[in-house]
Ligand binder design. Sequence first.
Ligand SMILES: C=C(O[C@@H]1C=C(C(=O)O)C=C[C@H]1O)C(=O)O
Length: 255
Amino acid sequence: MGDCETRQGAYQDSLMNLESLRKSLVRQEDTIIFSLIERSNYPINSLLYDRQSSASFFHCFLKESEAVHAKAGRYTSLEENAFFPDDLPPPLLPPPKQEPALHPSGACININEKILDLYMKTLLPLIAAKGDDGNYAATAANDLACLQALSRRIHFGKFVAEVKFRDAPQDYTPAIRAKDREALMKLLTFESVEEMIKKRVEKKAMVFGQDVQLQENESTGKYKVKPEVVSQLYGEWVMPLTKIVQVEYLLRRLD
Ligand SMILES: C=C(O[C@@H]1C=C(C(=O)O)C=C[C@H]1O)C(=O)O
């Protein structure tokens, strides 16, 4: 059994219902949007990501940050997934005593490599201006915050899938046994929920990303991160990846 299969669940069973998980996803939207706004304060600063010898400075920053977080026990929680999960130091503090809320083989799913690649190649150029202002430390810290928030949200699909399975095992079991990804995707998709989320994150990006004026009706109409980019991010990337995590989790649910 791999390390990740023995991890504890930070999620209590009483919170394992679709309504409470969706509430958590709504709160995570705030964290994601604020982290994108913070990152957009800086230009791309590509020197951070240039490969020096084998790894970029940002690669080292991420890896070493995760080592510190691992010592504090971050990755003993099923809600957290490291970008560099191999060779992490053990936690120095005892893990929370809770029943694992996920099926052990699904708990190991980790699509952070894909998330990191999309963040670097697709998202950064959409939210950060071209150029270099030399603020590498702040830029790297903000990248870390964005990546952790996105990774947490996307891997939260494991909990959503678990609850959907528990609510209707009779619907999911045949598709799982047939390894029918398409059927699983159809079962777990709620298009109306997705449409609502896209509209809500766009609105949140408008509210969070405006300069607040003391006088009413003084809105400059300028936003720190383009609201349509946040909606696009959710529609084309965050929600599809969350659903991929859900499908992968369900495929292992009866192992
Ligand atoms: C997460 C869920 O499953 C699917 C994925 C969604 C998402 O990533 O936000 C939203 C609706 C569903 O199509 C859910 O049902 O809440």
